[in-house]
Write a protein that binds this ligand. Structure first.
Ligand code: PA5
Length: 447
């Protein structure tokens, strides 16, 4: 398996190599802590060994369930939010044909998403679309009580039962939740749904390599064994015995913390491949929820290039110099498209004739990196051989491991998210949820 590579040469104008090396012992100690479990958040370290510890039985159960859903459904709706949604979408978007869902005759079911917003129009339009389709539901919620997916599930369950009857609906609904707690577990037991467990020691944003991510990914027709193998490869390559100079997640964590200390408070994850848009969304949640606390933390943002060069490009080139970029570069595209000759050449593009589209993309990438470095934006480059299961699996584990190390280096608990409760408390108070009477009174006084 070809490994992902990291080029750090274009951070040296901002952080000297000796300063990065000074952090090596700390980065390696933080990596060790993820295995020893002697720091904050140590009850959420199950993800560290997930790739190497997943069993044949677990993989077969996921694959078997995916076959069952695929045989019954043309459309599968994945209900979930945050960590119960983004990992699956990141991988499915990265590895599926962008236009397959438009075809009448398809190899794979269409995967749609719900419960990741509270848009009334979205839910109305989704219901209308599903009314004419043979569909199933994968309902994912670790707590089993999150409002957004609970609303979506209530609506779609009702629709499905109306369409196919309760017995058939039961065969088309899979619940992924806590082993014993929460409303979804209670409902799944009562209705006799097929269920998968989200392990107690794996938090939402680190759960893509559990059934939370693997079941929807398998339903989409993607090889989950290769994905896990890619992640296992990075697990080994960043293990506790691997020294700093070979340990890519530790190096990445050390560099971003050094840049942060030098006033680089925003990191943008850059891709030049539209299929990686949701990978960046997954990355944003991973780093934002893990590090943004105690009034600290790099702000994780993401851009799709060259698209956003025509919008955000100006700010990145000449705005406040508080930014650094991490570019994901895909070495080889999966398909070949060449630019044709045109006799009239009115668009002046004949100088590109017979060149591959990717060659233009690569020159845009190189030209942009040079321009940004010249403009004061430190640059890290992560190169993957191609968009395939193994590379995506490696990147998932690379970023998860680096996030754990980086959070510990920053001095925060990378595995909790106390800040996300604030909006929920206000929303429940405003909705006058039973049990929130005091909070309702208090918030109404503020209005
Ligand atoms: O990373 C997290 O913990 C969160 O993003 C959760 O995954 C998200 O809030 C959804 O929670 P739940 O799976 O309990 O519905």
């Amino acid at each position: 398996m070809d490994s992902i590579k990291m080029n750090i040469q274009h951070v040296y104008d901002w952080v000297e190599e000796k300063d990065i090396l000074k952090q090596s012992a700390n980065a390696i100690a933080c990596n060790q802590a993820l295995y020893d479990g002697d720091r904050a958040g140590n009850d959420f370290l199950g993800w560290v060994k997930l790739p190497s510890s997943i069993t044949e039985e677990q993989l077969r159960d996921i694959e078997q369930t995916s076959i069952e859903l695929r045989s019954r459904c043309d459309v599968v709706v994945v209900i979930g939010i945050g960590g119960s949604y983004l990992g699956a979408r990141a991988v499915i978007d990265a590895l599926s044909n962008s236009f397959d869902w438009l075809l009448e005759k398809r190899e794979n079911p269409v995967i749609l998403y719900a419960g990741n917003n509270i848009g009334e129009d979205y839910l109305y339009e989704l219901k209308k679309y599903l009314d004419k389709k043979s569909f199933g539901i994968i309902n994912i919620s670790k707590s089993g009580t999150t409002t957004e997916p609970a609303i979506a599930f209530r609506l779609l369950k009702e629709l499905l039962e109306e369409k196919v009857g309760k017995d058939e609906a039961r065969k088309r609904i899979v619940a992924i939740t806590d082993a014993s707690r929460g409303a979804l577990r209670t409902l799944a037991t009562r209705e006799n749904y097929k269920t998968f467990v989200i392990p107690d020691d794996v938090g939402g944003r680190y759960s893509v390599l559990t059934p939370v991510g693997l079941l929807p990914i398998a339903v989409a027709g993607i090889n989950i064994r290769k994905l896990v193998a890619g992640a296992a490869n990075m697990e080994e390559a960043s293990g506790p015995k691997v020294s700093f100079e070979y340990n890519l997640p530790a190096i990445y964590a050390a560099i971003r913390n050094e840049l942060y200390k030098r006033g680089k408070k925003i990191e943008i994850l850059v891709n030049y491949h539209p299929k990686l848009h949701y990978f960046a969304e997954w990355w944003k949640q991973l780093y934002g929820e893990s590090e943004g606390k105690e009034n600290k933390g790099i702000f994780p943002a993401a851009v799709d290039f060259t698209t956003d060069l025509h919008s955000m490009g100006q700010w990145i080139q000449e705005g406040e110099r508080t930014i650094f970029e991490t570019v994901i570069s895909v070495k080889e595209p999966n398909h070949k498209v060449e630019i044709p000759h045109d006799d009239d050449n009115l668009d002046g593009l004949n100088y590109l004739k017979d060149k591959r589209v990717d060659e233009v993309n690569k020159m845009a990438e190189l030209g942009t990196r040079i321009a940004h470095i010249d403009g004061g934006v430190p640059n890290l480059l992560i190169e993957i051989p191609e968009l395939d299961e193994e590379s995506i699996g490696q990147m998932i584990y690379f970023f998860e491991k680096a996030c754990g190390i980086s959070g510990y280096m920053l001095g925060v608990n990378p595995f909790d998210q106390p800040g996300v409760e604030a909006y929920k408390k206000n929303m429940f108070a405003l909705l006058e949820k039973p049990g929130y009477e005091e909070a309702t009174k208090a918030i109404k006084e503020k209005l």
